[in-house]
Design a binder for this molecule. Structure first.
Ligand SMILES: [Fe+2]
Ligand SMILES: [Fe+2]
Length: 323
């Protein structure tokens, strides 16, 4: 029997009879991502610089705060995914390892795209003041996210994998980033401004749907293998609901405390509702794996279908909001 687990390698998955299983879910995500490469350096931000210059102070501050939160978030997830790559490699899950190498490369590109945007609009001073007022943001990105991912370095148990995935894929990507795209769409699409940023968000959103689908897949396979893992999913989500809602509402509180106006018709309750809805539906997708056959989970495309469905619904909702 061949093994490619770390420390036990006596063969190679790619040399085995039948080759790699192209139908496995992570291999399909890998192939899809390879077909959709994009280069942040190809995006033209010259109109964005003119649009920023034409904004009111409140609009500009809100736009920079949103972009700074995104950029620091992308940098964090670039770094913090690495223990998950190592855990999959050590277990000999080659398809997951291959997909995660693409995943981490995409997060690095996302960081680069936001940095190029800030450079193009002339914001090269220190930007920490756009995130540090938000204590919940700092809690998630400097404590919760790295702690739950780096726990895998010491103990890559299913429980720790589920906690890491819920934090990374379902809270940071599935709730915070998705709510952020919704806000970008309100800013950009409703006014027809920031065409470079619109392209960035479109490409990133496309990558992120695959990332979140991988997270749902990972939680599903652990829940199918051990039903107690569903409680771990639920427990981690409960732990992070308050800080993640705080990330969303923190920017509104700051504007109010400073006596400013919330621009672009962005509504706090609408955003909070949007975030909670996404969380609930993703939890439902994981729940449906309880008692399921692991062999079926491995080739089941439903996590991807779920993200595509969200995307279609969001596009519809935003088109209606823009009228
Ligand atoms: Fe990203
Ligand atoms: Fe991501």
């Amino acid at each position: 029997m061949r093994s490619i687990e770390h420390g036990k390698r006596n063969g190679f998955a790619s040399l085995g009879k039948g080759g790699l299983n192209r139908d496995s879910f992570p291999m399909r995500l890998f192939a899809k991502g390879n077909a959709r490469h994009w280069n942040p350096a190809d995006i033209d931000f010259s109109q964005d610089a003119r649009d920023i210059a034409a904004m009111t102070d409140d609009e500009r501050w809100w736009t920079f705060a949103l972009a700074a939160q995104f950029m620091a978030g992308e940098e964090s997830v670039t770094q913090d995914l690495q223990p998950f790559v190592a855990a999959m490699a050590a277990e000999g899950r080659l398809a997951d390892e291959m997909y995660l190498t693409q995943f981490v490369f995409e997060e690095a590109k996302h960081t680069d795209a936001f940095r190029r945007w800030f450079d193009a609009v002339g914001m090269t001073d220190d930007l920490h003041s756009y995130i540090e007022f938000n204590e919940h943001y700092m809690q998630i990105f400097t404590e919760e996210l790295p702690a739950s991912l780096y726990a895998l370095a010491d103990d890559p148990s299913p429980r720790n994998q589920v906690r890491a995935s819920v934090t990374y894929n379902h809270i940071v990507e599935g709730t915070l980033a998705l709510t952020g795209y919704f806000t970008w769409a309100k800013i950009c699409t409703s006014r027809g401004i920031l065409p470079g940023m619109q392209q960035v968000i479109k490409h990133i959103g496309d990558d992120e749907r695959r990332h979140m689908a991988w997270g749902t897949f990972t939680c599903r396979r652990h829940v199918a293998a051990d039903d107690a893992m569903y409680d771990v999913v639920d427990e981690r989500m409960q732990e992070l609901i308050v800080p993640s809602m705080g990330v969303v509402t923190g920017t509104f509180d700051k504007v109010e405390a400073d006596g400013g106006q919330v621009p672009f018709g962005v509504d706090m309750n609408e955003l909070a509702e949007y975030a909670m809805d996404k969380l609930g539906r993703r939890l439902g997708a994981i729940e449906s794996a309880r008692g399921a056959d692991l062999a079926v989970i491995d080739v089941d495309a439903s996590p991807e279908a779920l993200e595509e469905r969200f995307h279609v619904e969001d596009s519809r909702e935003l088109a209606a909001a823009a009228i």
